[in-house]
Design a protein. Structure first.
Length: 280
C-alpha cells in the first residue's frame, strides 16, 4: 500500500490571515498532488515574539479553518503547533502561559487528537537572537500521543522534542509507523543538526519521519532553517526542500517497505534495556 504524504514548509510572519492564506494554497497544492497526509510547521498560524496569548485567543477560528481545510482537501491534517490557553483536560494553563499544541484533523473535519509539546527550547545560540526561553511563555505537555489512521499510526512531536530519543522510542512502542516533527529550527542549529536528528530517529525506531519546517527570515533577529524533508524507516532521505521559503515536499509512504525493514532487522525485539517512560 502506497500513500502520498506531504511536509508543508512555510515562512510565517505576524499576520494571521496572511499565514492562513499561505497555508491554504500549500495544502491545496499537496492535495492536488495526491497527498492523504499533510504536516504544517510549528507556529504556522503566527510566528512573532509576544503574540502567543493573542494567537491562542483566536483558537476557535483557527480550529474551524483547520476542519475546513481537512474536509475540502480530504486530508489527514497535522496542524504543526498553535498556542493554546487550555490543557487537554479543559483546565486553563496557569501563570499567563500557553501550551504549544499540535492538533490533528481527519478528512471528515473531526478533531482526531492533540499533542502538547513536552520539551521546551531554553538555549543560548550564537545567532542574532542569542537567547531562547520557551519556558517563560509555555507550559510543557505531559502526554505521548499516537493517532491511528487507516494507512498508518502517526506519532506526534514538535521541534525541540527531536533531541530526546526516549520520546521517539515511546512513540514506536505505542505503535507509531510515521512520526511527524513540525519545527522552527534556527538557521544555525538546523544546519548542524536537523537532518542528522531526523535520520537518527528514523533509523533507531524504524519509522518514517516527516519534518515540516519554518524557513527564512521572520524578523530582524529570527531566521529559520527550513529544509523540510521526509525520511524512510531505513534512514533514506526521500525528499528534501533545499530552497528557502514556502514549499510542498512529497514522498510515498509504503507500508510493505517499512514492514520489511522491521522484519529483516527486528531491533524492537532485540532491545535488552527497558526504559520506563515518565516525566521528570
Amino acid at each position: 500500500m502506497s500513500v502520498t504524504v506531504a511536509a508543508i514548509q512555510m515562512n510565517s510572519l505576524d499576520n494571521l490571515q496572511a499565514n492562513l492564506q499561505q497555508a491554504e494554497a500549500l495544502l491545496m497544492q499537496a492535495a492536488n498532488a495526491g497527498a492523504k497526509l499533510a504536516v504544517l510547521p510549528e507556529n504556522f498560524a503566527v510566528f512573532a515574539a509576544g503574540m502567543q496569548i493573542h494567537t491562542a485567543q483566536q483558537m476557535p477560528m483557527i480550529q474551524v479553518w483547520l476542519a475546513e481545510q481537512a474536509t475540502k482537501n480530504q486530508l489527514w491534517l497535522v496542524a504543526g503547533s498553535i498556542p493554546c490557553l487550555y490543557r487537554p483536560d479543559g483546565q486553563s494553563v496557569l501563570q499567563d502561559k500557553v501550551r504549544s499544541c499540535c492538533l490533528v484533523y481527519n478528512p471528515q473535519g473531526e478533531l482526531a487528537g492533540r499533542y502538547d509539546k513536552i520539551h521546551l527550547f531554553d538555549a543560548l545560540i550564537a545567532d542574532q537572537q542569542s537567547q531562547y526561553q520557551e519556558s517563560a511563555t509555555f507550559e510543557a505537555g505531559d502526554e505521548i500521543v499516537v493517532i491511528n489512521t487507516p494507512f498508518a499510526n502517526i506519532g506526534l512531536s514538535i521541534c525541540y522534542d527531536i533531541r530526546f530519543p526516549a520520546l521517539y522510542q515511546a512513540l514506536r512502542d505505542k505503535g507509531a509507523d510515521i512520526i511527524v516533527v513540525p519545527a522552527a529550527f534556527t538557521a544555525l542549529t538546523g544546519a548542524a543538526h536537523w537532518q542528522v536528528l531526523l535520520r537518527a530517529r528514523a533509523i533507531e525506531n524504524q519509522c518514517m519521519m516527516i519534518g515540516a519546517g519554518q524557513s527564512g527570515r521572520h524578523s530582524a533577529s529570527r531566521q529559520t532553517w527550513g529544509h523540510s524533508q521526509i525520511i524512510d524507516a531505513w534512514g533514506n532521505v526521500l525528499a528534501e526542500q533545499q530552497e528557502q521559503g514556502a514549499a510542498v515536499v512529497l514522498a510515498q509512504y509504503i507500508k510493505e517497505e517499512l514492514q520489511q525493514v522491521r522484519q529483516q532487522m527486528p531491533v524492537l525485539r532485540h532491545r535488552r534495556l527497558c526504559v520506563t517512560y515518565g516525566l521528570s
